[in-house]
Design a protein around this ligand. Structure first.
Ligand code: UGA
Length: 439
């Protein structure tokens, strides 16, 4: 089977590479000519474990092609995925202009039956608009062609995208014809061999599933952050509470980690967009308003603890920020809580030295000359008044505390992800602050 994927961002590129990996003929299309040339030369726009090898292998075998020319990509294809960006508009709603532009272009160029699938995260009702855009283009050509529109949201996590795609918990597909259902069933068959289910449903439900999933995960995080803050005040320890509640199978142990707020390109945007969809239907999603408010506040929690420790004065004190990306195993800095923390420190006159194993280039585009980019985690901490653990990369998990003690100005750690053993650190002479602990 041949498929075309329009948009070579996170979702489009991973989808293209992984479909090619199981033998599908894939053409990835993007309007950014520079990006296409780099991809043709195996230079990827993102860091994602395992992806580069898959892209390279399938390019060498001619199963994965990159082009800017949609017209030359479409002949012979059975499925075309729309995987372009849906950035937040001013009111928080997803901006669909790129999705609908692509739908219109497909209508201008198609010459035979296609299943046109939205893979981008799009609000409920988008398929109707996609259908309209395709039809308008066909009408303008005075052409009657059969086609189907489908919704196939993507659930991959950055940092684990290849694995998530190759071994999906489930594949959600919204269709309204048997023909489209059979085509997509055939396309995804190689991924279902180990019993992973494909869930067919109506298109609106598929579109809604994506937002409902992300918003629920964001809700779990804000809920845990809220409870963590109360634990800190009431003398309880959130890590013990987390284990206590997570062992109830109805709650489950995953995705219960408190921290400094969720970030990234998905949760913040999708929670806002779902709230906005609610508004459009005259429905107030009160829980999600609270989820957002707690998250905004949580991004400031470490800074508040720091200010309290230093009696409100951090001027000319050096802070070592460990980790910058919004989570480990990615260089993605979008909505990264590290940026909020660093801004607050700089505003108060502090000196900031940062280190991240992968995201330094991405971060320098956001932070410019305002901070020092250290060679490694130890040089970041030299003469520092405190270490601020922001992103839980593995490399930060077992530092040489004795060495740090000797080179730091004061042995002090603010652990934004609760990865350190507070008892051990205190024994080693450090002062320790975590999230949701009694301090
Ligand atoms: C998220 C979803 O997990 C994916 O299923 C979805 O496909 C994706 O959004 C998307 O819509 O494209 P992602 O944003 O890559 O994936 O990252 P997550 O691993 O879900 O983490 C999101 C944020 O939550 C991070 O800032 C992370 O630090 C935070 N988090 C996560 C916590 O604070 N605590 C937790 O227990 C888990």
């Amino acid at each position: 089977m041949k498929v075309v994927i329009v948009g070579t961002g996170y979702v489009g590129l991973v989808t293209g590479a992984c479909l090619a990996e199981v033998g599908t003929e894939v053409v990835c299309v993007d309007v950014d000519a520079g990006k296409i040339v780099r991809l043709q030369n195996n230079m990827l726009p993102i860091y994602e474990p395992g992806l580069q090898e898959i892209v390279k292998r399938n390019q060498q075998d001619d199963r994965l092609l990159f082009t800017t020319d949609l017209a030359s990509a479409l002949p012979g294809a059975e499925v075309v995925f729309i995987a372009v960006g849906t950035p937040p508009g001013e009111d928080g709603s997803a901006d669909l202009q790129y999705v609908l532009q692509v739908a219109g272009q497909i209508g201008q160029l198609m010459e035979h039956y296609l299943v046109i699938v939205t893979k981008s995260t799009v609000p409920v009702g988008t398929a109707v608009q996609v259908n309209r855009a395709v039809k308008e283009s066909l009408d303008a050509r005075q052409l009657i062609l059969d086609y189907d529109v489908a919704s196939n949201p993507e659930f991959l996590k950055e940092g684990a995208a290849v694995n998530d795609f190759m071994k999906p918990d489930r594949i959600v597909v919204g269709v309204n014809t048997t023909r489209a259902r059979h085509t997509l069933e055939q396309l995804y068959r190689p991924f279902l061999l180990n019993g992973h289910p494909i869930l067919f449903m109506d298109i609106a439900s598929a579109e809604m599933t994506k937002y409902a999933a992300n918003a629920m995960l964001a809700t779990r995080i804000s809920y845990m952050n809220d409870i963590a803050n109360l634990c800190g005040l009431a003398g309880a320890d959130i890590d013990q509470v987390r284990k206590g509640i997570g062992s109830d199978p109805r709650i489950g142990k995953h995705f219960l980690y408190p921290g400094i707020g969720y970030g990234g390109s998905c949760f913040p945007k999708d929670v806002k967009a779902l709230i906005q969809t609610g508004r459009e239907y005259g429905y107030h999603l009160r829980i999600l308003d609270a989820v957002e408010a707690v998250n905004e506040d949580q991004k400031k929690i470490l800074f508040r603890k720091i200010l309290r420790h230093f009696d409100g004065d951090v001027r000319n004190k050096k802070f070592a920020v460990w980790g910058l990306s919004f989570k480990p195993n990615t260089d993605d800095m979008r909505e990264a809580p590290s940026l909020v923390l660093i801004d607050s420190l700089l505003e108060e006159g502090a000196i900031v030295s940062v280190y991240d194993p992968v995201a330094m280039d991405e971060a320098s585009a956001c932070l410019g000359n305002n901070v020092t980019f250290a060679e490694d985690m130890y040089s970041a901490a030299e003469n520092a008044a405190a270490i601020l653990l922001v992103t839980e990369w593995n490399t930060f998990r077992m530092p040489d505390w004795q060495r740090l003690r000797k080179t730091m100005q004061s042995p002090l750690v603010f652990d934004g992800r609760n990865i350190y053993d507070d008892v051990q650190l205190i024994k080693l002479g450090f002062t320790y602050y975590g999230i949701g602990k009694a301090n």
